[in-house]
Design a protein around this ligand. Structure first.
Ligand SMILES: [Zn+2]
Length: 99
């Protein structure tokens, strides 16, 4: 599926209005849209966007029940941090993969 990516503080705040968390980004699966705060540093925008992309992959994965499903946020955060580091440290590998 193709998600639209929008950079907007206002839309992130509106989407997270009922949450106590301070979100850097929010994914709206029902309208295929990822909202990213525009006031984040560029590196943080990239990191939170990767985090949301991993959330978007989740429903497409084989993990639909059990403890893995319940631990989605933990696993997405783990993957985000490790994958973002690998991508930043090895840009040539990822360019090669995309060819
Ligand atoms: Zn998350």
């Amino acid at each position: 599926m193709i998600y639209d990516i929008t950079f907007s503080n206002e839309l992130v705040n509106e989407a997270a209005v009922n949450s106590k968390n301070d979100y850097g980004a929010v994914t709206q699966h029902n309208v295929l849209r990822i909202l990213v705060r525009e006031d984040l540093a560029l590196a943080m925008q990239k990191k939170v966007l990767l985090h949301e992309i991993l959330h978007c992959c989740w429903p497409e994965s084989w993990v639909t029940s059990g403890s893995y499903f319940e631990d989605e946020e933990k696993l997405v955060t783990l993957l985000e941090n490790s994958l973002f580091g690998v991508m930043c440290d090895n840009p040539d590998v990822f360019r090669w993969l995309m060819q």
